[in-house]
Design a protein around this ligand. Structure first.
Ligand SMILES: [Zn+2]
Length: 409
C-alpha cells in the first residue's frame, strides 16, 4: 500500500469503498463489447495526518488522459460559468494586453477564448492531444503536456510566467499533487495570482456525492487540506469563493508567501473556521460517510425495482464520469436503464464502461417516450429538466439519483 499522495503517511482509514469499477471515461465501442474489460478497485482513503481524501493510482495518467473524451464545450452552464469567470478575474486583477494568462488543463480552450476576446495573451497546457488540437484550431495557443515542475521549468526557460495562473477541475485529477503545485510556484510572477477550482469535500460529504469519486480523480480537498498543500510549496491561500458548479466547488486564490500585498480575506478565515468546527481536522468526521453511501444505493435500487415491477421504462440522460461510478457501484445495467443519451457526438454509438448501457443522441428520448429519465449529471439537473421538459407531454418524470433518489414530475 502506497502512502498519502501529499504527505506520504501510511493510508489506513477507509473513506468509502465503491468496489471494482472500470475507468469511467473508457467508453466501449460495439467491437469491444465481447472483449475483457479492466476493472480497478475504487477505494477512497483518508489520510490520518493531513486529511487528504484520495484514490490510489492504478493506471498511468498517460493511459487515462491522452485521448480524453471530455470536451468542456458541451455544457451550456459550464460555458457560461467560464465566461463569467474570465470577465470577473480580468477586472479584479486589472489584466491588460501586457499580462499573461496560463491555464492548466485548458481542455478545448473553452475558457481562454474569453481572455483572447479581451486582448489578453493566453497559453493553455493540456495533456490530451485530441482536445488540445481542438483548442489550437480555435486560435488558443496550447502546449500538449502534463503540467508539473518539469513543464514549468521549460516554460520559464522560454521567458513565460503568469500574472494569472488558473485551472478548473484539474488539481484533483493529477496523481502527483506535490509535483503539480510545486510547478505553479516558479511559473507565477512575483505579484501574480493563482485561482484553482475543485469540488469541495465538505459538499461532497454533506450532500452524498459519492459518484464524484472515480479513478481519474485522485484527490478530494477540504479548504484546510488545500491550504496545507499550497503552504508546503511556498504559496498562501488568501481568498476563496464557494461556487455552485459540480455540486459545490471552491475557487481558491493563492499568491506567493512573500507577497504580503494581498492580505488573507475574511471569507477565507470564515471557511477555515467552518471546516474546523465541522470536524474536518478529525478522523471520526470521515468515518460516517460509508453508511451514508450504502443508504443512497438502497434507496435508488428500491425505486428502480419498484418502477420495473410496474412495467415502467427508464432511460438515462448524460454519460458523465460520475454516472459510471454510480451505475457500476449500484449494479444498474440494461435491466433497469434501457439506454442513455448524450449531446456529445463522440459518445454516440458507444457504450458505458462496465455496465454496457448504449449511448444515443438526445432525440432518442422523444422517439421512445420513457416513463422516467434518470439524470446522471445531477449537478446540471435544472438545465437538463428544461432541455427535456417535453417528456411531461406523455407523463414522463425525472429521477435525480443524488443526494436521495428524488422524482420530479
Ligand atoms: Zn497525508
Amino acid at each position: 500500500m502506497a502512502g498519502c499522495l501529499f504527505c506520504a503517511a501510511p493510508l489506513r482509514h477507509t473513506f468509502v469503498d465503491l468496489g471494482m469499477s472500470p475507468l469511467c471515461e473508457s467508453y466501449v465501442t460495439a467491437e469491444q463489447l465481447n472483449q475483457m474489460e479492466p476493472f480497478y478497485p475504487l477505494h477512497a482513503y483518508v489520510c490520518e495526518q493531513c486529511f487528504l481524501v484520495q484514490v490510489q493510482e492504478y493506471v498511468s495518467p498517460a493511459g487515462i488522459f491522452t485521448e480524453y473524451a471530455y470536451f468542456s464545450s458541451y455544457s451550456d452552464s459550464w460555458l457560461a460559468h467560464a465566461k463569467a469567470y474570465a470577465e470577473m478575474i480580468a477586472a479584479r486583477l486589472g489584466l491588460t494586453p501586457a499580462s499573461q494568462v496560463i491555464e492548466l488543463g485548458s481542455n478545448d480552450g473553452y475558457l481562454l477564448q474569453h481572455f483572447l476576446a479581451q486582448g489578453i495573451p493566453v497559453l493553455g497546457v493540456e495533456p490530451a492531444k485530441n482536445v488540445a488540437e481542438a483548442a489550437i484550431a480555435k486560435g488558443v495557443p496550447t502546449v500538449t503536456k502534463f503540467f508539473g515542475r518539469q513543464t514549468a521549468r521549460e516554460l520559464v526557460a522560454e521567458g513565460i510566467q503568469a500574472d494569472l495562473l488558473c485551472g478548473a477541475n484539474v488539481l484533483a485529477q493529477v496523481p502527483d499533487v506535490n509535483d503539480f503545485v510545486g510547478g505553479m510556484k516558479p511559473l507565477l510572477k512575483p505579484g501574480g495570482v493563482i485561482t484553482i477550482e475543485f469540488p469541495h469535500l465538505l459538499r461532497l460529504m454533506e450532500e452524498n456525492q459519492f459518484d464524484t469519486i472515480y479513478h481519474e480523480h485522485f484527490s478530494y480537498f477540504s479548504f484546510l487540506t488545500a491550504g496545507r498543500i499550497f503552504a508546503a510549496h511556498g504559496l498562501t491561500l488568501f481568498d476563496v469563493e464557494e461556487l455552485p458548479t459540480h455540486g459545490g466547488s471552491l475557487r481558491i486564490y493563492a499568491r506567493h508567501v512573500e507577497d504580503v500585498s494581498k492580505p488573507v480575506s475574511d471569507r477565507a478565515l470564515r471557511l477555515q473556521a467552518r471546516e474546523e468546527s465541522a470536524g474536518f481536522n478529525r478522523l471520526d468526521r470521515y468515518a460516517a460517510f460509508t453508511e451514508q453511501v450504502h443508504e443512497t444505493k438502497r434507496r435508488l435500487l428500491e425505486f428502480l425495482i419498484g418502477a420495473k415491477r410496474k412495467g415502467k421504462r427508464i432511460a438515462g440522460y448524460g454519460a458523465p464520469g460520475k454516472g459510471n461510478t454510480l451505475l457500476n457501484y449500484c449494479g444498474i445495467r440494461t435491466d433497469f436503464l434501457d439506454y442513455t443519451v448524450d449531446r456529445n457526438p463522440y459518445k454516440h454509438g458507444k457504450f458505458l464502461p462496465g455496465t454496457h448501457i448504449p449511448i444515443h443522441p438526445p432525440e432518442r428520448i422523444r422517439e421512445t417516450r420513457p416513463d422516467y429519465v434518470l439524470i446522471l449529471p445531477w449537478n446540471l439537473k435544472d438545465e437538463i429538466m428544461e432541455q427535456v421538459a417535453y417528456i411531461r407531454s406523455w407523463g414522463g418524470q425525472f429521477l435525480v439519483p443524488i443526494p436521495d433518489a428524488k422524482v420530479y414530475p
